[in-house]
Design a protein around this ligand. Structure first.
Ligand code: 4NP
Length: 157
């Protein structure tokens, strides 16, 4: 079975495309499918923010072809795990959950880095390039734990 992971932020142009690209770079595409979405509709159909593209590129990851889309209810059926970047995303996605099984799929991604800490990935949209690099480092570390969990069966099947 392919394990399916969805990364969610507000716009699907800064944080979640980076998270998608980073995790995808660490897994076998035949075993793990990674996607991303935004809770808002502002950037549907758009490429990631240039600052995210450049930050990923600096680390050898190409996210320039990704296309923004909005989170939808059917994502609860499609994905095994839904990682949200911050508490606003968490409230939004939790609010769309239809049952306990949907809710159990959702977590703040930084809880993989520091379990139970309930920290947000800071929104870098209004800041400078260094904010994107900080986001990259946080997501890279969290992704290592996600990969470990996939490999030992704690995520997916
Ligand atoms: P993201 O960042 O949620 O990490 O993609 C943002 C992108 C766009 C906006 C806000 C945050 N915006 O207000 O358009």
């Amino acid at each position: 079975m392919v394990t399916k992971i969805l990364m969610v932020c507000l716009g699907n142009i800064c944080r979640s495309p980076l998270a998608e690209g980073i995790l995808r770079s660490k897994v076998n595409a035949e075993e793990v499918m990674v996607d991303s979405a935004g809770t808002a509709a502002y950037h549907i159909g758009e490429a990631p923010d240039l600052r995210s593209i450049m930050t990923a590129r600096k680390h050898g990851i190409n996210i320039s072809k990704l296309v923004g889309r909005q989170f939808q209810e059917s994502d609860f059926d499609e994905f095994d795990k839904i990682y949200v970047m911050d508490h606003a995303n968490l409230s939004h996605v939790m609010g769309m959950a239809r049952n306990e099984s949907d809710k159990a799929k959702i977590d703040l991604i930084l809880n993989e880095l520091s379990p139970g800490s309930n920290q947000d990935v800071p929104d870098p949209y209004y800041g400078g390039d260094e904010g994107f690099e900080q986001v990259y480092r946080l997501l890279e570390s969290a992704s290592n734990t996600i990969v470990d969990k996939i490999n030992d069966g704690r995520i997916g099947s």
